[in-house]
Write a protein that binds this ligand. Structure first.
Ligand code: AMP
Ligand code: GLY
Length: 435
């Protein structure tokens, strides 16, 4: 196995828009030699050689990494991180980027993360933990406060948070999580949380366990339809910066949330190295943590990484060698916006294999980048192959300028029943004026 060499061969694990953005950014590094992806997708295959080993197949990825003799494996999605892919790679002497399983627990278990925040006085919603349906419902009825926020303890494809407007909804939610186990063991324990209100902000941060460097802020749009209506999705679009996140808020978050979190993880013997994602809500009582993710967010990565000026591979190497404090990470002042084009029906049932047209017409546009989230490629044509299909992304002098460019690019692309939100970035501007 080769060591941390000047020129590096890299394998990225995952296959969505986030991974496409990571690959494009790593390829800008003069130190990047060969780049591979598994499983990747049609669009990613234009930037990296793809393999058909699934992202959560730990043995398969270890074997592939050995066969390719890569210098680094970048594990991007939550499932393999929580399941210990980084530990398995390191055990075989393969360098990996991402937290080990004991640190990925921050996302893997809401019970763990809530207890950590309580123990170390990190601001978050008040909560109680339950492991049986009857006690959960007795508590919700006694509280009598709606919406009641019910969260599955474990990973649930981003769908494990249920907001219940009344007792009968709460009963149905408890039944589906804890009795019918729609998310399997993830729902064996639940967190019942205080309902918070305020603008939401996503802050991703590089950390080597000693130093934490927040990236530029972002805003996700989780609901499927305009006006924040409809079911939660993986994310229908994003903007960066988030207009609600000012310098004063950033300073508060650094001192009361970001640093205390990495210090707490060290004290617990679970040093976190990688990208730590803070899902924040700016409440009237100040910023509070809604959730931690142990990885880059999707689609936030698509608007954050295009603004990164510093070599991402240099940052990754510094994190692995615990010398992040030596780096001065620089960001472009340009704003960035991403509009997700999804398959009709997403996040519910949707068709695959529909031909996408108009991609070529955007290929040459300055400041427009099309990240592929769920596509396949046959000869020169692309077809839909997932719920979220494309992340149409643009940079501009302001969020509005970036949005105009991105929507201009979206108008040139077509596939049958394509669905996208027309109001990406708008809700954030409205929240801004309300504050
Ligand atoms: P999560 O999957 O943990 O990101 O949660 C999904 C969404 O549920 C968040 O983006 C929030 O909009 C909402 N949410 C989660 N927890 C709370 C809470 N305590 N109060 C209000 N909304 C919440
Ligand atoms: N955009 C939220 C997430 O990646 O979980």
């Amino acid at each position: 196995m080769k060591g941390m060499e000047l020129f590096m061969d890299i394998l990225v694990v995952g296959g969505g828009g986030r991974e496409h953005a990571i690959i494009k950014k790593i390829k800008e590094s003069p130190r990047c030699d060969k780049i591979y992806c598994t499983p990747g997708n049609g669009g990613i295959s234009c930037d990296a050689k793809c393999f058909d080993i699934k992202a959560d197949d730990i043995t398969g990825v270890v074997e592939l990494s050995k066969g390719l003799q890569v210098d680094l494996v970048f594990v991007a999605p939550d499932n393999p991180l929580v399941a210990g892919m980084v530990d398995a790679l390191e055990k075989e002497g393969i360098a990996a980027f991402g937290p080990r399983a004991n640190a990925a627990e921050l996302e893997g278990s809401k019970v763990f993360s809530k207890r950590l925040m309580k123990k170390y006085n990190i601001p978050t919603a008040d909560y109680e933990i339950f492991d049986n349906p009857a006690d959960t419902l007795t508590y919700i009825r006694k509280q009598g406060r709606y919406p009641a926020v019910l969260k599955a303890d474990g990973l649930a494809l981003g769908k494990g948070v249920l907001l219940c407007d009344n007792y009968s909804q709460a009963k149905a939610a408890v039944k589906s999580l804890m009795q019918d186990k729609i998310f399997g063991a993830a729902g064996s324990r639940v967190v019942v949380e205080e309902f918070l209100t305020g603008p939401e902000v996503s802050v991703l941060a590089f950390t080597d366990g000693k130093t934490i460097c927040p990236m530029v802020s972002a805003k996700d749009h989780k609901r499927a339809f305009d006006g924040d209506m409809g079911p939660n999705t993986g994310g229908m679009g994003a903007i960066s910066p988030n207009p609600n996140y000012d310098d004063e808020t950033a300073e508060f978050c650094m001192n009361r949330i970001f640093l205390p979190t990495i210090q707490a993880m060290n004290k617990e013997g679970r040093p976190f190295k990688g990208c730590l994602y803070f899902g924040l809500m700016l409440t009237l009582d100040g910023p509070k943590v809604i959730e931690y993710n142990c990885r880059f967010g999707d689609p936030e990565t698509q608007v954050v990484l295009p603004r990164l000026k510093t070599d991402l591979l240099e940052i990754i190497c510094a994190i692995r060698e615990e010398r992040l404090s030596e780096l001065n990470i620089e960001w472009s002042d340009d704003a960035c916006a991403c509009v997700v084009m999804a398959s009709g029906g997403y996040p519910g049932e949707y068709k695959k294999g529909i031909k996408i047209t108009g991609l070529d017409s955007n290929g040459q546009l300055d400041d427009v980048i099309i990240f592929h989230a769920g596509t396949s490629k046959e000869s020169r044509d692309f077809y839909t192959n997932g719920g979220r299909v494309l992340g149409v992304t643009a940079k501009g002098k302001s969020v509005d300028a970036a949005l105009n460019l991105a929507y201009g690019a979206v108008a040139r692309i077509d596939f049958k029943d394509a669905h996208y939100r027309r109001d990406i970035g708008k809700a954030a501007a409205q929240e801004d004026t309300k504050m």
